[in-house]
Design a protein around this ligand. Sequence first.
Ligand code: SF4
Length: 500
Amino acid sequence: MTGLIVCTALGVEARAVARGLRRTPDHLRVRVVRVGMGPDRAARAAALLPPAAALAVTGFGGAVHDGLRPGDVLVATEVRSGGEVWPCPSAPLLAGELARAGLPVRTGPLFTSPRLVTGRERRALARTGAYAVDMESAPVAAAAGGRLFAAVRVIVDTPAAPLLSLATIGGALGARRALARIGPVLARWAAAAGPRRVLLASPRSFCAGVERAVEIVERALERFGAPVYVRKQIVHNIHVVRDLERRGAVFVDELAEVPPGAVTVFSAHGVAPAVREEAGRRGLRVVDATCPLVAKVHAEARRFAARGDLVVLIGHAGHEEVEGVLGEVPGAGVLVEDEAGVARLRPERGVACLTQTTLAADEAGRVAAEIRRRFPGAEGPRGDDICYATTNRQRAVRAVAAEADLVLVVGSANSSNALRLTEVAAREGASAHLVDGPGDVALGWLRGARTVALTAGASTPGSLVEAVAAALGGLGPLEVEERRVTEENVAFTLPKEVRP
Ligand code: SF4
């Protein structure tokens, strides 16, 4: 059976797609079929299509959304026509792959019209939330039945540059080149299809410290009104940051960017005393979202330094938590990242050891063992320096990694917690990747991956894991199993400034 049939309305579109496919090893499983222009011709042709695992429609399309430009590629999140809707749940995966192929991709609803849409009709369609319009996708979607379906349109005309203007003709030449690049991506999309088992590692996503930090910003916005300034990312997740920005939070790198007297939140990773002092000098109204478990490491650092020890912090250079903890003990603290760092230590006093809260327990354990070997009298690190949430998420990913063909860790690239989960899974022998959302999942990873383990760092919202699972479900039937290694019931109280 053919793997994929790509339908186009026009011969020029079909030739462009076929030209691009010649360069892909998947082309033998792909057929390009010209279904003709308009919904009636497309419906008749679609009814006669040979069996195939997946159907796609591609070709030129017209924008109705003002944000689209000629040359943009729209991946339909759903196809609408005559009151019917055909969802395209794998759209985020396809859009991500097209973006990695260098195409300017947008996602949104596509409307199939029985005729060319212009002027007022275009504006009316835009008000329905449609992004673009074509005349063939709906009948092919209907013919797909339960099979994998996608619609991808290269925009050649927009409300500002309607069909047959000079700008449109120039765009059409570029659009043919875009269609040639879309063909191989559609072939990879079809090759990634199939039934799958998803193992959800649990616990995953938000920990108590992150829940608290996000709630502090939300409550500060409610109580004091926008803008509320936040020093550094409140937690290391770009989606959380963007969401709070939309609601009125302003993220700054340094307090110098905050107007005097403004409400300012310190992030969950904690700050050095020098930052608190600067906030005091500038008269800022501070709400401290430092996680209580990070604050505990600060307190330990102060205690060790006060009795004259060298405070050795196992952690990663440049991480905000590390800067905050070492800032507590100026002249009395040193960072070590690995065993080589331990070998360079030349302490002239007692040694006390602490760890960053979000390290991989196995790696940190090796460094701590080396410290104890070199300095048998050294104190620490305490077993709970690496916090409960980090420990539980690492145990959970270990529990699913061995069974999975692929492990996807959802989290931002600057999340220490999420990076460590990826490393832990890889050390278990899994093919493991960090993704910020479904768009980051490369289709090549999914080919032949019948069991996919999913987890997320402590700063990743659960909704992003659901979005990845939903996109995988768009590639075929999904059987989802939750694998819980422990229950979590930790909760922290809010600071008095935002307490109800
Ligand atoms: S990962 Fe641990 S230390 Fe960091 S915010 Fe969450 S609970 Fe606190």
